[in-house]
Write a protein that binds this ligand. Sequence first.
Ligand code: ATP
Ligand code: CA
Ligand code: CA
Length: 435
Amino acid sequence: RVLVGTKVDETHANWVTAYNMLTGIRVSVSRTNAKLDRPLTDVDFQVKQKSTFDIAGNELVPSAKYDFKFKDYAPWVFRHLRALFRLDPADYLMSLTGKYILSELGSPGKSGSFFYFSRDYKYIIKTIHHAEHKFLRKILKDYYSHVTANPNTLLSQFYGLHRVKMPYGKKIHFVVMNNLFPPHRDIHRTFDLKGSTIGRDYTEDDLEKNPRATLKDLNWLRRKQHVQLGIRKKQLFLDQLKKDVSLLQRLQIMDYSLLIGIHDLQKGNEENLRDKTLRVFNPGGGVHEDQDPHSVLMRTPSKLESQRKARELRQMIKSERPVPMGETSSRMPDELQEGHNRPGFVFNEDDGGFRATHEDNSPGEEIYYLGVIDCLTHYGIIKKIEHFWKGLSNDRHQISALPPQEYGERFMNFISGTTMSQEEAIRAAQERDAA
Ligand code: ATP
Ligand code: CA
Ligand code: CA
């Protein structure tokens, strides 16, 4: 699968859908943010807020380019989640709706979900199945408590859950979440690891055609790759992962993976700058080609200028005036410069990621960008059937559809394995054999 981020502009087949998604987000998020903050109540987790958009508009909903219906789920919960993840409300809106430009990755997984990136590549919009949507609403409270107790969670950070419906169109559910990968750094290798080996292979012959493809478990093993974190960081990482996986097990979730993007400091970003095409973001090997590097990296508006814009936007949100479209200019250049740093978050502390560290605590040559993704698959009836049928022909413990308890154990085992040095791995294997 070749993954190329395509710019969604007026000529794009999904332009109207994308445009409506963003309009809905802009209006509903600014509506919620305009109010004085207050503590959450149980009811907040159930809330659905429906808006109908049309050309005319009314006192509640500003006029829009197209007719569509929009639903905002648990807006107050997501407002609080965004605050827990320390997003600035004005930045959030500006990144997503500043210029109404997204890039579409199409549908990289088997699931049929579509992925869109905000113009500055900070956020991802993923369309999700109705079942996933229902499930997220069901577990929202558990997720919220988990994030409150674990600010450094490695789980996908959900910033919003919405639905858009066009006249005669299907209902499209989607989430807004964090992009694990930084806009300002080349990701030289990407791995999506589940701890399963069956079908978890990317044919490396295709790597030439698609050098930024997402590799999988078998590629990882074959390449004898490992995550080098030293003692302290490894402990932090595995402790957090364990807590996150426990939650997923308790909620009967499976099929998630650890996404690891590796930035090689020696290679740096040279490729970007040498190339005429800028590869700002490469989720699964996606090459984003529609920008000249100079337009992004060189033409940086002054800090003052962007601060002024942010102030204006905050003002507008406060006064509940709808944010005029097109006026909130994109802040991408500034953000690219400032990078992805999210002070206070352990796994984003080194240039937005987690820097490799040797056993002797000296810094390594790689930065890891990592997190647990695709964590809305409930081990429901479909997975049970899949497990049964696949189990007939394969080793039951290797297939990817496994009951959540076992899935989590296998996942944890595999990922702890990836953090071991070669000597450690040999020692662990010997101990295992001896036992
Ligand atoms: P399937 O169910 O077939 O695995 P899916 O449609 O549910 O697919 P995901 O597994 O969520 O899709 O993601 C597919 C790919 O998109 C990932 O392997 C990764 O390359 C990229 N991706 C997904 N989420 C993120 C994220 N938060 N940050 C960066 N890249 C991501
Ligand atoms: Ca997946
Ligand atoms: Ca999935």
